[in-house]
Design a protein around this ligand. Structure first.
Ligand code: SF4
Length: 307
């Protein structure tokens, strides 16, 4: 139904394959950034689910230069998955949290190989400004360019609860400026933040109204050494069941326009630091169940777009 696959949603990997007529893989990078929500600039302790790795899930560390991470990534991904083209993905921490001249040097160093066709920069909406967006906008003239903003939810009361240190209005301002520079935007969303079903669907509807280019959906989970883990162990919070998550994800997808690419719907495999919920460790299982549920409903991404 999408990108000549049997997927009932616009899966980003299939979208990329069609766009570049090649297998395109992201190389995740840690360029040694920090985060203003962890270093005390905005608040203390960071987001309640942050385990101090800044959402970075790969084995290599910032001890390797960005160029070396790219070259190692190309070597590994082309051998393991026959990847042909690559996107440099600045994933760890807040990847615009440095002066603009340093950012330019860091981003350019990731574009060191002819097979790198794009760049994706994960950051917080409160960590971009006109100058930084102009720099990234210039890169977008030659490379397929994305900024991934950690939005999580449109509801400020929830953002406060998770100690995000910013509000939805900040996202909206960053979003508009980013689009003006011609940069693609992916919004990261977390489901299971103790919101009602209607509240979660309001986030989907708002993203649909904005016609955001991409969405990454995560299930809230508690990792070791996080505030959230302590809250869970103290019996203060609980998590969605897998069945609830699958239903909610399918409902969410139904509201998004068909053009919005879906960058992620499930976790990244079982981490040894995972405390709860344990089911998110089975990524493939979860994705298969989402496919099955959309099929059972005879539904698809955009089925409720505009409703
Ligand atoms: S913005 Fe990212 S790196 Fe910073 S505290 Fe939150 S999860 Fe951690």
């Amino acid at each position: 139904m999408f990108n000549n696959t049997d997927k009932r949603y616009n899966q980003f990997s299939a979208f990329l394959k069609n766009k570049f007529n090649a297998k395109v893989y992201k190389i995740t990078l840690d360029a040694g950034f920090s985060c203003p929500n962890r270093d005390g600039t905005i608040s203390t302790g960071g987001c309640i689910f942050c385990d101090g790795s800044g959402s970075f899930s790969q084995a290599h560390s910032n001890k390797l230069s960005v160029e070396n991470q790219i070259l190692t990534g190309i070597d590994t991904l082309s051998k393991r998955f026959k990847a042909e083209k690559f996107m440099a993905y600045f994933q760890a921490y807040t990847n615009t949290y440095k002066p603009v001249d340093e950012l330019e040097r860091i981003y350019q160093s990731a574009l060191c190989h002819k097979d790198v066709v794009g760049i994706s920069i994960g950051t917080r909406p409160d960590c971009v400004d006109d100058e930084k967006l102009k720099l990234i906008g210039n890169i977008s003239k030659d490379y397929y360019t994305w900024i991934e903003y950690g939005l999580q939810t449109i509801h400020n009361k929830t953002l406060k609860k998770i100690n995000r240190g910013e509000d939805f209005e900040t996202f909206l301002r960053a979003y508009e400026k980013t689009k003006k520079e011609g940069i693609n935007v992916c919004a990261h969303v977390i489901l299971g933040l103790w919101e009602t079903h209607d509240e979660m669907m309001a986030t989907a509807q708002k993203l649909a109204e904005l016609k955001v280019d991409g969405v990454k959906i995560h299930m809230l989970c508690a990792l070791e050494n996080t505030k959230l883990a302590k809250m869970y162990e103290a019996g203060e919070v609980d998590f969605m069941s897998e069945e609830e998550y699958i239903q909610t994800v399918c409902d969410f997808l139904e509201y998004l326009p068909k053009e919005t690419t879906i960058h992620r719907l499930a976790g990244n495999g079982l981490k040894k630091e995972l405390i709860a919920p344990r089911w998110i460790g089975k990524k493939l299982d979860c994705l298969n169940k989402i496919d099955k549920e959309l099929l059972r409903r005879n539904s698809f991404q955009s089925a409720k777009f505009g409703l």
